[in-house]
Design a protein around this ligand. Structure first.
Ligand SMILES: CC(C)(COP(=O)(O)OP(=O)(O)OC[C@H]1O[C@@H](n2cnc3c(N)ncnc32)[C@H](O)[C@@H]1OP(=O)(O)O)[C@@H](O)C(=O)NCCC(=O)NCCS
Length: 169
């Protein structure tokens, strides 16, 4: 990682930087793993989202270049008692930050956090079948294929399958 880049858990007050990240992620986007935003995010809304994780909902990591967020990765722990053993993973980086190992670093850091949580047994995720780069990353980190929801997504007339993957902790 370049010296000026750093990874840390999200904190209250990061909402504005996270908001700018989400807008940049959706601007001139041509990546198969990023769908257009449905509503413009707000700093307050993003701080509320972060608060949910600080209150026990999971863990959010942000990759910063000074005060600019370049990447976000989160684990969301299941709310219902019968889902407490599962955490759902999300990860995204701005275009300029991809292909340099940051995705790998963020995923490994999330896994390390998950391994420290009592009762957490699996990390699960869903990825579009049109996103082979992300699928390769997950496979490299030991995630296994579990299923496929055929045509679960329809975007601009294109039917996209959701590949389900997981990592046992
Ligand atoms: C999916 C995503 C998070 C992966 O993160 P990433 O940082 O690009 O992943 P990595 O850098 O760890 O690995 C990507 C590639 O870069 C290569 N790489 C890693 N470090 C590298 C380095 N220092 N120099 C050159 N290449 C490198 C890896 O070998 C890998 O190669 P591959 O594509 O042939 O498999 C990122 O591409 C992204 O944000 N995409 C848009 C959002 C998205 O799709 N999210 C997932 C939704 S399920």
């Amino acid at each position: 990682m370049k010296a000026e880049l750093f990874l840390r858990p999200a904190a209250l007050g990061d909402g504005g930087a996270l908001c700018a990240f989400l807008i940049a992620l959706g601007t001139n986007n041509d990546h198969p793993g990023v769908l257009p935003m449905r509503r413009v995010p707000t700093a307050a809304g993003q701080d509320e989202w972060i608060q949910g994780y600080l209150d026990g909902g999971g863990h959010v990591l942000l990759l910063f270049d000074a005060d600019r967020v370049l990447g976000c990765a989160e684990l969301t722990v299941g709310k219902a008692p019968y889902r407490h053993h599962c955490a759902a993973l999300g990860v995204s980086l701005l275009k300029e930050a991809r292909g340099q190992g940051h995705g790998t670093t963020m995923m490994k850091a999330l896994q390390a956090w998950a391994e420290r949580q009592d009762g957490l047994e699996r990390i699960q995720l869903e990825v579009f079948h049109t996103n082979p780069g992300a699928i390769r990353l997950y496979e490299r980190l030991g995630y296994v294929h579990e299923g496929r929801r055929v045509g679960a997504i329809k975007h601009e007339g294109e039917s996209i399958d959701m590949i389900q993957m997981s990592l046992a902790l």
